[in-house]
Design a protein around this ligand. Structure first.
Ligand code: PMP
Length: 360
């Protein structure tokens, strides 16, 4: 099989090794006479795998012991609701950093449930930049400060995180989790969909400082209640088994390849290959503030939209998929998540240079 070069933003490329393991074990898991996806989530087969998955996740991210970790369903989007429902207390505000599509969606959902203060609003710079983390201070009566560590559509990424003192810091890390080490202890909650760097779509990871639960609103329905999920380790109801199994295998792959630190080296190497092509040409243009460029989602523009369309079509003929920018912003975007081989990034860089030669 000729593998496509997969630049999709998510669901996205998985390590070949993981796909092969899933294929080989799909019908029978470890000689147990049944598949992982047929096993009860209340039995050893699943639970042993789940415990290993969480242990590896904890180890790779260096998560301190006073944090709960588990997976839920509903995508990252469900968390846009659950966070304010649980933690935006009456009579207080929640600070949101309006940095692009994903933080903005989270803020809009929070507005329906309580009072939201946009600490920073990137509307004027078209969400191409971020505030200096050293200057970010939450409001006096803030329940929490919320940010999205990597805006998948805008292509901007926090390089460092604010210190919010006693005010809980909550981060959506859907599109850059485990692409680099993270100071978990700065955050009271980190969450994200797994479908970019961690595995097949379905599960959402939750990493929450146990003390955050003391600040929870009362009278929540069962699925909306983090305390219940924490007590049940995410197994209050049927978990997305297939997705979690994939995550377990991807985490093993990350561990074998140098962990978060190793992934950071890969991300730096791969993203520089493309940013170097952009920076050394007047044909390609990066619309984002160079200080906050994402190492996962590289957004770029060509001189006009016709050329952008042509670029996407010709790249597709070369087996390169997913290079069209998100429909809400246009342009081009190459997502270069952990599992994307470096050779594929080199191929894209060569294609870009060739395209410029023929169309510049
Ligand atoms: N946050 C970020 C940063 C994302 O990139 C996405 C999806 N692309 C979401 C949230 C929403 O995730 P889901 O589709 O899992 O709800």
């Amino acid at each position: 099989m000729e593998r496509k070069k997969n630049f999709f933003a998510g669901p996205s490329v998985l390590p070949m090794e993981v796909l092969e393991q899933m294929r080989d074990q799909m019908v029978e898991y470890n000689g147990q006479g049944l598949s992982m996806v047929e096993a009860s989530h209340r039995g050893g087969l699943f639970e042993d795998m789940y415990d290993e998955c969480l242990a590896t996740f904890k180890e790779l991210l260096h998560v301190p012991d006073d944090y709960d970790m588990y997976f839920l369903g509903g995508g990252a989007t469900l968390q846009f609701t659950m966070i304010p429902m649980n933690f935006l207390r009456p009579g207080t505000v929640a600070d949101y950093i309006k940095s692009g599509t994903w933080a903005n969606k989270a803020g809009e959902d929070a507005e329906k449930l309580g009072s939201v203060n946009y600490y920073y609003d990137g509307t004027d710079n078209k969400f191409t930049s971020l505030p200096d983390p050293a200057t970010v201070k939450p409001s006096k009566n803030s329940s929490y400060l919320y940010l999205c560590s990597n805006e998948t559509i805008g292509g901007i990424e926090w390089q460092d995180f604010p210190d919010t003192g006693d005010v809980p810091l909550i981060g959506d890390m859907s599109s850059d989790i485990l692409s680099r080490p993270v100071p978990v202890e700065k955050f009271d909650m980190i969450y994200g969909g797994v479908q970019k760097n961690l595995g097949p779509a379905g599960a959402t990871f939750i990493i929450m400082k146990k003390s955050l639960l003391e600040k929870q609103n009362s009278n929540l329905t069962a699925y909306m209640d983090y305390k219940l999920h924490s007590k049940e380790k995410g197994l209050y109801n049927t978990p997305p088994v297939f997705s979690i199994w994939g995550v377990k295998l991807v985490l093993d792959w990350i561990k074998k390849n140098g962990g978060a630190e190793g992934m950071a080296v890969r991300a730096q190497e791969k993203s520089s290959i493309i940013y170097n092509v952009i920076d050394s040409s007047a044909f390609f243009r990066s619309p984002v503030d160079a200080k906050y460029r994402s190492k996962m989602n590289i957004v770029f523009r060509l001189p006009n939209e016709d050329l952008e369309k042509k670029f996407v079509n010709e790249a597709q003929k070369e087996g390169m998929l997913g290079l069209k920018g998100h429909r809400s912003v246009g342009g081009l975007r190459a997502s270069v998540y952990n599992a994307l081989p470096k050779e594929d990034v080199v191929s894209l860089a060569q294609f870009m240079k060739e395209f410029e030669k023929n169309n510049g």
